[in-house]
Design a protein around this ligand. Structure first.
Ligand code: 3HC
Ligand code: NAI
Length: 685
C-alpha cells in the first residue's frame, strides 16, 4: 500500500501519510505528497486540502538515513513550494511532533491546526544542520524573528499553546478530534477570499528589519551554546537573511549553508550520535518476548550526594521512593537537599509549588531497612567499600521481597562479588548514575555475569521512563566511562612532572571542546575527596595542595586561585609545589604544544576504549561515544571518542601512541583491536 493516500470529504481532499514509526519524509512520502497536491490543484470539485498523518506523529522530519545518499526527486524544498503554490488552501493537521522537514511542510501549508499535546520544532541544529526546506525563511515570517531564532538555534520545540501565541498555529483542535476539526477548519477557510502564503509575508519580520542588533544580541547571549559548533552560526546567518534579503535569495543561502553542513564532519558526527543513542537501548542476547518486572516502588539506601539525586529521578516520574539511612541526621540532610533542589527548580519557573509537594509526598524517609521489604527495586548508594557493599547486599537479600531487583550505584567495584552474597544473583545489576544524579542523563547499566534478561530489560525501560540514556557495560573496574577516564588522569598528572602546567593541560582540552579540563574538574569536585589530614604524607601534588588548605573551589583555591565569582586564575603557589615535585622526579623538563597534550591525554583513552570493545565490555563502539558525550562532556560535534578516532584515522592514533611510547611507560600496552583495525584501514563505528 502507498504511504500517502487521499480521501475525500465532500469538497475537501484529505491527504494522509502512513509511514511508521515517525512519518519521516522519505522519498515515497515526498513523491506521494507532490502527486496528491497536484491532484487537488487539478480537481475543480476540491475547494481545500488537509494534510494529516496516521500513527503516533505528524512528519517528524526528513529521513535522516537518506542524508549522504544521492538525492531523489522531488526534493523536500520542491514539495513544500508545491504545497504553498497550490491554488486551494492547504491545512496542516498536527499531532505528536511536527519536527524539522515536518514543520517545514506545515509552514508551506496556508493554515495550521494542532492538538493541545502537539510539539513543533526545527531540531536540525542538533544534527549539526540548519533547516533545509525553507524553515529558516518561513518560520521568521510566520512566528516572528525572536521566536524563530530561538527555535532554530536551540532546536528546542514549542508546545501547541505557545505555537498559538506566536502565530505558528492558527487554531487548536480537540484532543481526540483532529481529523474532523481539521476538515471543519478547511471548510471555513475555503470560503475566505485570500490565504496567507508564508513566503510572501513581511508583517512579522518588519520589526527586526528596523532593529538588526537583535541578531548580535542573540549571539552574545548564547555564546557558550554556540562555541565550537558550526551549525548554530549558520542558523543565525540564514535567519538574518530572512530579514535582510528577498525570500528567494534567503532560500539560496539556506541551501548553500545546508549543503556545506550536511557534507561536513560535525553533522556526520551528530547524526552518528542520534542513531547511537537509539542503538544504545538495544541489548544483545535478550529475546523480544522477555517478560518485564513491574516496578511500582523504589528503595534507595544512602541519602548522600548520590542517593538523594537518584531518588529525585523516580519522584519526578511519579514513582514512590523509600529512602533509608543509617542515622537520622544524614537522613534529614538528604531529605532537606531533595526539597531544596525541587524548590530551586520551582523558583526558576520549571515546576509548580504543587508539583514540588506532589514529588515530596511520594518520598518515605526511614531508618528501618525492613521498610524496603515491599520495594520492587532497591538501589544502594552507600560508601564505596566492598565490605560495606557486601554486607548491604546480604541484608537486602534477606529483607526485600523475592523477585525484586537489587542494584548498586558503585563507581568501580565488582557487581558479581556483590551478587555472590545473595541468593538471587540473577536479580543483581549495576545502576551507575552520574553526579548530579537528578540532572546528568547518562546511566551505565552494569550487566553482571548472572544478571537475568528480564532484569536488564526492566531497568533499560525504567531508565527511559526517568529520562536517562542508558548504556550497557560489562563488569570491569570503572565500567566504560571511569575506566577510560583513568588513563587520561594518569597522563595529566605525569605531564605536570614533565613541564606542562595545569592551565596548559586544561586549555588543551577546553579548546578541543570539553567544558573543563582535568584540573578544573578536580578543583570543582574537591581535592580532599578521600583525603584526611592525619593520613596525609605530602607524597603527591594533591596531598600537598590539601595540606596547604588548597582543597578546591569550595576553599577559594586548589590547583587554581578563585575569585568571589569562582573564576579560576593560575596560581604561583601551585606552580612552586609542582616545580618541587618535578625536580624530585628527575624527569627532563620541556614545553608541550596543545596538540601534543591532546595526543597524550586522548589517544590512551581511545586505546582503553578499544580494549573495552575487544573484551566485550561494551556492546558497540557507539555506546562508548554515548557514555563520554553524556557523562563527561566530550564535545558532540566530534561524535564521541571512538567516532573521533575514526574521523582522524586509527592509524593516526596508533602512530601517536607509538610516538608517545616512552612517556606512556612500560606498563602501557596497545590494544590488539586498535592495531588490527588500524592495519586494515578499518574504523570502530
Ligand atoms: N529519519 C529517520 N529515522 C528516524 C527519524 C528521522 N527523521 N526520526 C526517528 N527515526 C527513527 C529512529 O531512529 C528510531 O528507529 P529505531 O526504532 O530503528 O531505533 C525510530 O524512528 C523511533 O524513534 P525514537 O526511538 O526516537 O522514538 P521516540 O518516540 O522516542 O521519538 C521523535 C520520536 C521525537 C520524532 C524522535 O525520533 C526525533 O526526535 N526524531 C528526529 C527529529 C528530527 O531531528 N527531525 C529533523 C530531521 S532533519 C530535517 O528534517 C532536515 C530538513 O530541514 C531538510
Ligand atoms: P556519600 O558519602 O555522599 O553518601 C553515602 C551515604 O550512605 C551517607 O549519607 C551514609 O550515611 C550512607 N550510608 C553509609 N552506609 C550505610 C548503610 N549501611 N546503610 C544506610 N546508609 C548508609 O557518598 P556518595 O558520593 O553519594 O556515593 C555513594 C555511592 O555512589 C558510592 O558507591 C560511590 O562510588 C557512588 N558514586 C558516587 C558518585 C559521586 O560523584 N559522588 C558518582 C557515581 C557513583
Amino acid at each position: 500500500m502507498s504511504v500517502i493516500t487521499t480521501q475525500r470529504d465532500g469538497d475537501i481532499l484529505v491527504i494522509v501519510s502512513d509511514n511508521p514509526p515517525v512519518n519521516a519524509l522519505g522519498h515515497a512520502v515526498r513523491a506521494g505528497l507532490a502527486a496528491a497536491i497536484s491532484e487537488a490543484a487539478g480537481d475543480d470539485g476540491i475547494k481545500a486540502v488537509v494534510i494529516r498523518c496516521d500513527g503516533r506523529t505528524f512528519f517528524a522530519g526528513a529521513d535522516i538515513t537518506e542524508f549522504g545518499k544521492p538525492p531523489l526527486a522531488p526534493s523536500l524544498p520542491d514539495v513544500v513550494d508545491a504545497i504553498e503554490q497550490c491554488p486551494k488552501p492547504v491545512v496542516a493537521a498536527i499531532h505528536g511532533t511536527a519536527l524539522g522537514g515536518g514543520l517545514e511542510v506545515a509552514l508551506g501549508c496556508h493554515y495550521r491546526i494542532a492538538v493541545p499535546s502537539a510539539k513543533l520544532g526545527l531540531p536540525e541544529v542538533k544534527l549539526g544542520l540548519l533547516p533545509g526546506a525553507g524553515g529558516t525563511q518561513r518560520l521568521p515570517r510566520v512566528a516572528g524573528v525572536a521566536d524563530a531564532l530561538s527555535m532554530i538555534v536551540t532546536g528546542d520545540p514549542v508546545d501547541a499553546a505557545r505555537a498559538l501565541e506566536i502565530g505558528l498555529v492558527d487554531r487548536l483542535a480537540g484532543a481526540d478530534t483532529l481529523a474532523e476539526d481539521a476538515i471543519a477548519f478547511a471548510r471555513d477557510v475555503a470560503a475566505r477570499a485570500g490565504h496567507p502564503v508564508s513566503s510572501l509575508r513581511t508583517d512579522r519580520i518588519a520589526e527586526a528589519a528596523n532593529h538588526p542588533q537583535v541578531f548580535d544580541k542573540f549571539i552574545a547571549e548564547n555564546a557558550r551554546r554556540l562555541k565550537g559548533f558550526d551549525a548554530p552560526k549558520a542558523c543565525v546567518e540564514a535567519v538574518r537573511a530572512a530579514v535582510d534579503r528577498p525570500f528567494d535569495e534567503g532560500i539560496r543561502l539556506e541551501r548553500e549553508l545546508f549543503m556545506k553542513l550536511v557534507s561536513g564532519t560535525q553533522s556526520k558526527a551528530m547524526r552518528h550520535l542520534f542513531f547511537a543513542e537509539r542503538q544504545a537501548a538495544k541489548i544483545d542476547g535478550i529475546p523480544a518476548d522477555t517478560p518485564m518486572i513491574d516496578i511500582a516502588r523504589v528503595g534507595i539506601l544512602g541519602a548522600g550526594t548520590m542517593g538523594g539525586g537518584i531518588a529525585m529521578n523516580f519522584l519526578s516520574a511519579g514513582l514512590p521512593v523509600t529512602l533509608v539511612e543509617r542515622e537520622q541526621a544524614a537522613l534529614d540532610r538528604g531529605v532537606a537537599t531533595i526539597r531544596k533542589n525541587y524548590e530551586r527548580t520551582a523558583a526558576r519557573g520549571r515546576m509548580t509549588a504543587e508539583q514540588v509537594e506532589a514529588a515530596m509526598a511520594l518520598l518515605t524517609p526511614t531508618l528501618a531497612y525492613e521498610d524496603l521489604a515491599d520495594c520492587d527495586l532497591v538501589i544502594e548508594a552507600v560508601f564505596e567499600l566492598m565490605e560495606i557493599k557486601k554486607e548491604v547486599f546480604r541484608r537486602l537479600d534477606a529483607i526485600v521481597k523475592p523477585g525484586a531487583i537489587l542494584a548498586s550505584n558503585t563507581s568501580y567495584l565488582d557487581i558479581d562479588e556483590m551478587a555472590a552474597e545473595t541468593k538471587r544473583p540473577e536479580a543483581v545489576v549495576g545502576l551507575h548514575f552520574f553526579s548530579p544524579a537528578n540532572i546528568m542523563r547518562l546511566l551505565e547499566v552494569v550487566r553482571g555475569a548472572r544478571t537475568s534478561p528480564s532484569v536488564l530489560k526492566t531497568v533499560m525501560a525504567l531508565a527511559k521512563k526517568i529520562g536517562k540514556i542508558a548504556v550497557v557495560s560489562g563488569v570491569c573496574p570503572g565500567f566504560i566511562g571511569n575506566r577510560m577516564l583513568r588513563p587520561r588522569q594518569t597522563e595529566a598528572q605525569k605531564l605536570l612532572l614533565e613541564g606542562a602546567s595545569p592551565w596548559e593541560v586544561d586549555a588543551a582540552l577546553t579548546e578541543f571542546g570539553f567544558p573543563m579540563g582535568p584540573f578544573q574538574m578536580a578543583d570543582l569536585a574537591g581535592l580532599d575527596l578521600g583525603w584526611t589530614a592525619e593520613g596525609s604524607t605530602s607524597s603527591t601534588i594533591r596531598e600537598v595542595l590539601c595540606e596547604r588548605g588548597r582543597r578546591g573551589q569550595k576553599t577559594g583555591s586548589g590547583f587554581y586561585d578563585y575569585d568571589d565569582n569562582r573564576r579560576g586564575a593560575p596560581s604561583p603557589e601551585t606552580e612552586a609545589i609542582i616545580a618541587e615535585f618535578a625536580a624530585k622526579s628527575g624527569l627532563p623538563q620541556r614545553k608541550f604544544s596543545a596538540d601534543e597534550i591532546r595526543e597524550r591525554l586522548l589517544y590512551p583513552m581511545i586505546n582503553e576504549g578499544a580494549k573495552i570493545l575487544e573484551e566485550g565490555m561494551a556492546q558497540r563502539a557507539s555506546d562508548i561515544d554515548i557514555v563520554w558525550l553524556n557523562g563527561y562532556g566530550w564535545p558532540a560535534y566530534t561524535g564521541g571518542p571512538m567516532f573521533w578516532a575514526d574521523t582522524i584515522g586509527l592509524k593516526t592514533v596508533l602512530d601517536g601512541l607509538e610516538r608517545q611510547a616512552d612517556a606512556l611507560g612500560p606498563d602501557f600496552t596497545v590494544s590488539s583491536l586498535l592495531k588490527s583495525k588500524a592495519g586494515a584501514g578499518e574504523t570502530f563505528n
